[in-house]
Design a protein. Sequence first.
Length: 171
Amino acid sequence: MLEKMKTFCYLCKFFVIIVMTEVNFQAVNVSLPPLDVKAVQQWIEKVAASHDKRVGRLTYIFCDDEYIIATNRQYLGHDYYTDIITFDYSTRRRIAGDMVISLDTVRSNAAMLNTPYETELQRVVVHGVLHLCGINDKGPGEREIMERHENDALAMIDQPLILHKAENNEV
């Protein structure tokens, strides 16, 4: 086994392994938000880099409340609605994962917080990335830390991420 490892390490000196950033967007029971995919990917890469991470494969699944509660029940054993569920497949320095986002809950949270829907959607999109970077929000004081990181990430947006605002505050 040791000899195989030596051979592998020797070969690694001659080959460059490239892992590309891949950010995918899917929709289940809802319309896909009109995101500027390239701008969102660049923003996510900038946020990850600010936490000394690189971006691997990320999949965002936008859905309705019924889909997210079914996912929450099936995979986490939780019987409540939420705005995002993050499945983490990250390695030490490369973030990867699936993020399920309920646009229904994002919309109701935006109304409850009296904030634009687009801003709340961006906050939830980056919330999943921050979880993949190792930031938690369940323990004492962690929610405030997460909010600070979300605000820092939102401040990194340097171009519009949403291509147009749809009618009735739907994106």
